[in-house]
Design a protein around this ligand. Structure first.
Ligand code: IYR
Length: 225
């Protein structure tokens, strides 16, 4: 085993008031984010999507394996195929009895249905795949670690990056997602994780009137049994 190599890491330390200012500003910016299901068809430059993907890929990952693949689609034919296949699955879930009543009830406030026009209207679809294992240059499988945690964090950064640049998205998980591997020709070691439609919100877009939990509901400090 070779010696691990280290390089200096010395980000500048900020005064506390400046830290607070930035923390409040970042929280306010992120708190203004909403998942969007109504998109404008306006095109979005590919470079913005590239930057969001690069940002996502700064996420920490198990053994730094970066076990993700971001597959971007703006081709109308591929988007149409994805919409058709997603709606077939979603229709079987919503109307074919595949989704239990408890689940349908939980989704009611979101006003979702099997219909997914945004899969064709949004200018970009980015499908994130988890790499169940990597592949060595000689073709041998290479183990990945904490894949779901790693890809989940990368997706979180992806959502934040898109929001910071003024784009909207949705964490869409049509279920089951095997059709995405087929339509996008992905190898077996890549498993669909989340599908992100990306674009500007439609001019008349509306979102469910949801509230976020308060700090006392999401945090605990020094608890003891
Ligand atoms: N995949 C379905 C159902 C769905 C499930 C959850 I959990 C949501 O938060 C929203 C929707 C759909 O996309 O409609």
């Amino acid at each position: 085993m070779s010696e691990p190599r280290f390089v200096p890491y010395r980000p500048s330390r900020l005064p506390e008031d400046e830290m607070l200012r930035r923390a409040r500003a970042f929280y306010a910016q992120m708190d203004a984010r909403r998942s969007v299901r109504e998109f404008a068809p306006d095109p979005v430059p590919r470079e913005l999507i590239e930057l969001a993907i690069r940002t996502a890929s700064t996420a920490p990952s198990g053994a730094h394996r970066q076990p993700w693949r971001f597959v971007a689609v703006d081709d109308p034919g591929i988007k149409h195929a994805i919409r058709t296949a997603a709606e077939a699955e979603e229709r079987a879930s919503y109307e074919g009895g595949r989704m239990p009543k408890e689940w349908r009830d939980a989704l009611e406030p979101l006003g979702t249905s099997w219909q997914k026009p945004y899969l064709e209207i949004a200018p970009w679809l980015v499908v994130v795949f988890e790499e169940v294992h990597g592949v060595d240059p000689d073709g041998a499988p290479r183990k990945n670690y904490y894949v779901k945690e790693s890809v989940g964090i990368a997706c979180g950064l992806f959502v934040a990056a898109l929001h910071a640049m003024g784009l909207a998205t949705l964490t869409h998980t049509p279920s089951p997602m095997g059709f995405l591997s087929r339509i996008l020709g992905r190898p077996p070691h890549e498993k669909p994780f989340i599908l992100f439609p990306i674009g500007y919100p439609a001019p008349g877009a509306a979102v469910p009137d949801l509230r976020r939990k308060g700090l006392d509901e999401i945090a605990a400090w020094n608890p003891r049994p």
